[in-house]
Design a protein. Structure first.
Length: 370
């Protein structure tokens, strides 16, 4: 009985297991087991999608006005002065900012002498020359008489001739020095009546020109004209307002001076991002063509503007801060990529990005999952 009863219980257990196995095999494709052990049916799974709101990175212009001192640097600066004499200003043919070629006449000045001074110097020289020739003839006559004279002895005759010749040589030496000085005085007097021309010693650009009117006295040693020599012009400024112009940035330099706006192109050859902190926030811009700018003078207090034509802009909402660094997320097809950027100044709701993205990139400004 016990054996039959146990056998019946064993058969019942086997039947139950077979039923359970059959049920599991028929429903195996419709259930999944989660990591927590919960049985989840397939109709309970939900497909979720992420939707991105994007904005296109656009190219634009970034303009900054240099509000502090802006200076120019050339390879060499040459100063032309009036020399050691006072002169009278007559005419100038150039002004600052003008390009010149070697040999060009830049200005004309005249001496401050009087015609009567030159005339008197000429008369004095003529009289001195005539007196010299007359005195020389007298010396030569005396020597000739001494040589042909009758003396007590030959030694006395020779001694007399030697003394006369020595006196004649001394006279000639002293008088010739006097005549040379009088000739130089005449040259100077004549020069004071003539014109002095100031020539350009090289190709370049006039940096400055002294302001004189016709007839003005020009003191000796006056710096009349300064020329910047060389084909390379570098503008530099230490204004923090232009600190966004980093190394190798292509820029347009503009400034407005009266009715003559000036413009040139160039690139940043040195800036605060490549200089040590103690040097200061300098921006150096090498001009592509100094002729375009037509100037070499210091444009301080004039409206000088630096324009970055290749600046790119993105919405402020696209920027994310991460441990002191700023990045944007770029949508590339179905993939997203993180790119660190260098942030520039704001322009409305957009911000200039100095590095990290290119025009046409799609940056994510917001996202939601549904």
């Amino acid at each position: 009985m016990w054996f039959m009863s146990g056998l019946k219980r064993l058969l019942s257990a086997v039947m139950i297991m077979l039923v359970l196995l059959a049920g599991c095999s028929s429903g195996g494709d419709s259930v999944r087991k989660s990591s927590e052990g919960t049985i989840v049916t397939e109709d309970m799974l939900v497909s979720r999608e992420t939707t991105y709101r994007t904005a296109e990175v656009k190219q634009g212009s970034l303009t900054r006005t240099a509000s502090t001192e802006v200076s120019s640097v050339y390879t060499q600066t040459i100063q032309l002065n009036t020399g050691a004499k006072e002169l009278t200003f007559k005419e100038a043919f150039v002004k600052r900012g003008v390009s010149v070629r070697e040999g060009d006449v830049l200005a004309v000045l005249t001496g401050r002498g009087k015609p009567s001074d030159a005339e008197q110097a000429q008369l004095d020289l003529d009289y001195a020359r005539a007196a010299y020739l007359e005195t020389c003839a007298l010396h030569e006559e005396a020597i000739a008489k001494a040589e042909s004279g009758i003396y007590l002895s030959e030694d006395i005759r020779r001694l007399t001739v030697d003394k006369l010749e020595a006196a004649y040589a001394l006279y000639r030496l002293n008088t010739q020095a006097t005549l040379e000085a009088m000739e130089q005085k005449l040259v100077e007097a004549q020069a004071d009546l003539g014109e002095t021309y100031i020539y350009a010693p090289c190709d370049g650009v006039v940096k400055s020109a002294a302001s004189f009117s016709e007839g003005d006295l020009v003191p000796a040693g006056t710096a009349l004209i300064t020329i910047n020599r060389g084909a390379s012009l570098v503008l530099y400024t230490d204004t923090a307002n232009t600190a966004v112009f980093s190394y190798n940035t292509k820029v347009t330099v503009k400034w407005e001076k009266g009715d003559e706006p000036m413009q040139g192109t160039g690139r940043v050859v040195c800036s605060s991002d490549v200089l040590p902190g103690y040097v200061g926030k300098y921006v150096y811009i090498l001009q592509d063509s100094p002729e375009e700018l037509k100037t070499a003078y210091d444009p301080q207090a004039e409206a000088l503007k630096l324009v970055m034509n290749t600046a790119v802009f993105a919405p402020r909402a696209a920027l994310t801060m991460e441990e002191g660094r700023v990045y944007v997320t770029v949508l590339d097809g179905s993939a997203t990529k993180k790119r660190y950027v260098i942030r520039g100044p704001m322009a409305g709701t957009d911000v200039a990005l100095l590095q990290g993205v290119s025009p046409g990139d799609l940056v994510i400004t917001s996202q939601y999952t549904s």
